[in-house]
Design a protein around this ligand. Structure first.
Ligand code: GLN
Ligand code: ZN
Length: 764
């Protein structure tokens, strides 16, 4: 018998029930009991969807984030919320988002707002966790209430529960020591609390506990490797059995370390580290359970079940009852259920598997291993047919597109002249002042825009009326920018719902789901578009809008596009060709758009690469390969233009010291980046690296409603001017302004333009 299990189930709900329950509770529109009721309902439903598995995860459900749950389980609350009134859930939301619920907050005077915990991406996913905070004084105390109550709930529903927790080393590794303390000095204080937690779970009837240590797929130094050994020696003395779960990549040099840990079971990501299974089995003690993650928990494609069985059958023969099967990682990163997609292109739908379908695949594989393939012949045949249809579909493999990618040469991504030559020609053409001002692209998505968009979607207004409404918004934003005295204008992106979806909808090779939501953080979800096939651009996508805006003004108007790497990184992409190939296809399609904009007379074109950094592999040793094709893709999109055409790019993060050479290699004429939140600290990178082109370090944080004052902006720019010659500096906000109100944008940009004037005057 093969044991089947799951590492975690998407908790937001197939219809985002949790999102709506949380938001209504936070606004004070529903009670604590309503929220708890929705939570319990979702857990019960999710356990039912997993009922065919031998072991079902419990504790993976969260009102906000599993790392924050762990912090509360370990009693590691930031000092700033400790004296507050209310109960654990109030404090939980205070750490998560700065405040508890509106109605539940009876102590606005004494415990109103508080700084929210920092949020960071969970490994290389688009999920964000709340970073645990440590200091030298940090102590830990067990609070197992949440886990115990979920376990009791599961027991009452006859769920064969396997509690899931985050392991001590990953917990420490992902936290931040505020006072620069060495986090590992906390380990001796942390381990007894973990031991107590495991004992408590055992007492509550748990036979197995899944303890997640994805830190094992990252590069670890000797101290952290030792910490693993120390931790698991300390935790091995309990009665509960530990399934140590690793995922998101291969173990490499950490494989012997993992093998030697005294745990009863190990889970390996057999999608990304299939070739390590043999050596893990070889080096594991003879009784150890080996759990193999054979269904991809990070994509939405059906698994090739027969190919998986070809590989698994000999492994199963060797392992017998010691083999467990699961998805590669928690299913948190995929949508819940394909059954909610009734409007999708049926051909493409037949190639997909969401969380529920992925678990069906696990069950089918286990049955095939236990009873032979004949027992699941119909399921295998259906799977084979779906896969064959997918690979034969001309929509998936378009010969012309493949040929174009094969024909890419490095000349395609090279500008005609070096930057200095281009810069002179662009200066002559654009005639901009010193410290030119611009914005990053979007202007407020007003109520009028949203109303017109939903009316158009609902069919209550026609396309002409919708376009008219958008043109009015564009005109308004151009007029406001002229009045403000900005130097390079934008059209404001009124017509765009989302910077990736907008292009995906117009490219061949994409489909969209109705309910394919994936949690990004807290109640926030994204619905990544599904890139299933060869990418091509049937017709221009933005030219009409940009031309319209440009004709309204005598000032240069910047065309606005999303770059290929960002489109790739924010989509579910195909698994049947390398990411690089898909990225090159996107690059060629976006290149056509750039050239069409240029042909339409647009002399400044911005290509956003907001997500370039987040595509970096988990291991530094693989960065170069990613950066090579990512940068090359950008260059293919951007660099086909004449010297006179000025290419901008935008990135919204501050840590890029370690990839600055690659960014320079993109050879954009101007790059605008986020810097204000770090007080221009990011520009430290320029002390060591001479960034050759022009740069607009964001002078104010658009994520907050605050209006930056002129002096503040001048001082930030003066800091920048100490590292970068003023002749190469631009003045702009951190990012796009779509989440702000005009009432904030106008005064903020007024101050920004005035600051630029002050800077020019003092430079003259
Ligand atoms: N041009 C986009 C905007 O202004 C950029 C958004 C982003 O960087 N995330 O909205
Ligand atoms: Zn941005």
């Amino acid at each position: 018998m093969v044991t089947t299990h799951n590492l975690g189930f998407p908790r937001i709900g197939a219809r985002r029930e949790l999102k709506f329950a949380l938001e209504s509770y936070w606004k004070g529109q529903s009670s604590r009991e309503d929220l708890q009721h929705t939570g319990a309902g979702l857990r019960a439903r999710h356990w039912r969807s997993q009922a065919t598995l031998t072991l079902v995860p419990v504790g993976d459900f969260s009102f906000y984030d599993q790392m924050l749950d762990m912090s509360f389980t370990l009693g590691n609350l930031p000092a700033r919320v400790r004296g507050f009134h209310g109960d654990a859930l109030d404090n939980y939301f205070r750490v998560a988002r700065g405040r508890s619920a509106a109605g539940a907050e009876e102590h606005a005077g004494c415990c109103g707002g508080v700084a929210a915990g920092e949020m960071t991406k969970w490994f290389d996913t688009n999920y964000h966790y709340i970073v645990p905070e440590f200091s030298e004084e940090t102590t830990f105390t067990l609070d197992a209430a949440r886990l115990l109550s979920h376990l009791a709930e599961a027991k009452a529903q006859n769920v064969s529960a396997k509690p899931v927790i985050i392991g001590p080393i990953t917990y420490l590794a992902l936290g931040k020591a505020r006072d620069g303390a060495d986090k590992l000095t906390l380990l001796p204080r942390l381990l007894p609390v973990y031991a107590q937690l495991l004992a408590t779970l055992a007492e509550a009837g748990a036979e197995w506990v899944q303890i997640d240590e994805p830190a094992l797929v990252t590069e670890l130094d000797a101290a952290w490797r030792n910490a693993f050994t120390q931790a698991y020696q300390a935790l091995s003395t309990g009665t509960v059995k530990l399934l140590l779960a690793t995922y998101f990549g291969p173990l490499r040099e950490n494989l012997p370390l993992l093998s030697a840990l005294p745990v009863q079971g190990v889970h390996l990501d057999a999608i990304n580290a299939r070739d390590e299974a043999a050596s893990l089995i070889e080096t594991s003690p003879p009784e150890r359970i080996i759990s193999l993650g054979v269904v991809n928990g990070r994509n939405i494609w059906k698994t090739d079940l027969e190919a998986t069985l070809d590989w698994l059958e000999p492994v199963a023969n060797r392992l017998g009852d010691r083999l467990w099967l699961a998805p590669s990682c928690s299913l948190l990163h995929v949508p819940a259920d394909l059954a909610s997609e009734q409007k999708m292109d049926t051909e493409i739908r037949s190639w997909l598997a969401f969380a529920v379908q992925k678990l069906e695949e696990i069950t089918l594989l286990a049955t095939a291993l236990s009873q032979g393939r004949a027992a699941v012949a119909a399921g295998l045949a259906a799977n084979r047919a779906a896969l064959a249809a997918r690979s034969a579909s001309p929509r998936v493999n378009n010969a012309a597109v493949n040929q174009a990618v094969a024909g890419i040469t490095s000349a395609l991504g090279r500008r005609n002249s070096p930057f200095a030559v281009r810069a002179a020609k662009q200066a002559a053409l654009l005639n901009l002042p010193l410290y030119p001002t611009t914005t990053i692209g979007s202007f407020p998505q007003t109520k009028e825009i949203r109303l017109a968009r939903s009316a158009f979607k609902a069919g209550t207004i026609d396309e002409a009326a919708y376009k008219h409404a958008m043109r009015l918004e564009i005109e308004r934003s151009v007029r406001i920018q002229e009045r403000l005295g900005l130097d390079v204008l934008v059209h404001g992106e009124a017509e765009r719902n989302d910077m990736v979806e907008y292009f995906g909808e117009q490219l061949e090779g994409y489909v969209f789901s109705q309910n394919g939501w994936v949690q990004s953080y807290g109640s926030r979800c994204v619905k990544p578009p599904i890139l299933f096939g060869s990418i091509s651009r049937p017709k221009p996508m933005t030219v009409e809008w940009i031309k319209y805006a440009a004709a309204l003004t005598a000032k240069p108007l910047k065309g606005m596009l999303t770059g290929p790497v960002t489109i790739l990184n924010w989509s579910f992409v195909r698994d049947d060709q390398p990411r690089a190939t898909t990225c090159y296809q996107l690059a060629l399609a976006m290149r056509e758009e750039v050239l069409d904009l240029e042909k339409a007379g647009i002399r400044v074109i911005q290509i956003d690469e907001a997500a370039l950094r987040e595509g970096l592999p988990l291991r530094k040793s693989q960065w170069q390969d990613y950066l090579r094709w990512a940068v090359e893709s950008f260059r293919i999109t951007a660099n086909g233009v004449a010297d006179e055409t000025q290419i901008h790019t935008h990135m919204c993060y501050s840590e890029f010291n370690d990839i600055i050479a690659a960014i320079a290699d993109m050879d954009a004429d101007v790059i605008t980046i986020e810097t204000s939140r770090s007080d221009m600290e990011l520009l430290d990178a320029f002390d060591h690296f001479n960034y050759p082109n022009q740069i607009g370090p964001g002078v104010y944080d658009i994520h907050a409603p605050n209006i930056p004052d002129e002096a503040q902006i001048v001082s930030l720019m003066q800091k920048a001017a100490r590292r970068i010659p003023p002749a190469r500096l631009w003045v702009n906000p951190d990012c796009g302004l779509k989440t702000r109100q005009w009432a904030e944008v106008v005064p903020a940009l007024t101050n920004m333009v005035n600051a630029a004037r002050t800077l020019r005057a003092s430079a003259a």
